[in-house]
Design a protein. Structure first.
Lengths: 111, 114
């Protein structure tokens, strides 16, 4: 069935270093891939997204890459800051509305 | 403008009781989603509304779960005969329309079934 695998489950980096989170999806019909940041007790917030006809997208310190052939996409955060600490979820959208989420990555940025 | 809101923010109930969880989407958003998020997991799809109709309820775990959106705006998720395994955060999200539009999440309702 539809599945999104996300790795790693936890990630600790020193402030200023880069962080990379990877997701793999199973359904080749997936066409949209958002990334959400969720702080403890808060709602998921969209931080960046990419559509299936694009290979890479960047927004300041955050970038997402997509490899459709391999069915995986990655989130890259450069120059990490303590406020980047949160749980990050990837998702893959199939068709017009069905989102499948990854299991999350707990990122800790050490000051 | 106002974002997606959900009430109550927390709900504690006893096993076997009935609960209703409410979602107020962003005004004008025709698409509405309900998700369930268990501790340490990503949101799990429950049901999708386009307007007043449930276009896809394939994620509802069993017939104890039901959701309505009678006027195409506010939605209520109803859980009958609650079980301890229903304990989770129930998230609502809305988008301007279903296809290709960004989802905006509500703060969630944390349900605890004792």
């Amino acid at each position: 069935g539809e599945n999104v695998e996300q790795h790693p489950s936890t990630l600790s980096v020193q402030e200023g270093d880069s962080a990379v989170i990877k997701c793999t999806y199973s359904d080749s019909a997936s066409n949209y891939f958002p990334w959400y940041k969720q702080e403890l007790g808060k709602r998921p917030q969209l931080i960046i997204d990419i559509r299936s006809n694009v290979g890479e997208k960047k927004d300041q310190r955050i970038a997402v890459t997509l490899n459709k052939t391999a069915k995986h996409f990655s989130l890259h955060i450069t120059e990490t800051q303590p406020e980047d600490s949160a749980v990050y979820f990837c998702a893959a959208k199939r068709g017009t509305y069905k989102y499948i989420f990854g299991t999350g990555t707990r990122l800790k940025v050490l000051a | 403008g106002a974002g997606v809101s959900q009430t109550p923010s927390n709900k504690v109930t006893e096993k076997g009781k009935y609960v209703e969880l409410r979602c107020d989407p962003i005004s004008g958003h025709t698409a509405l989603y309900w998700y369930r998020q268990s501790l340490g997991q990503g949101p799990e799809f429950l049901i999708y509304f386009q307007g007043t109709g449930a276009a896809d309820d394939s994620g509802l775990p069993n017939d104890r779960f039901f959701a309505v959106r009678p006027e195409g705006s506010v939605s209520t998720l109803k859980i009958q005969r609650t079980e301890r395994g229903d304990s989770a955060v129930y998230l609502c999200a809305s988008s301007l329309q279903g296809a290709g539009e960004t989802q905006y999440f509500g703060p969630g309702t944390r349900l605890l079934v004792l």
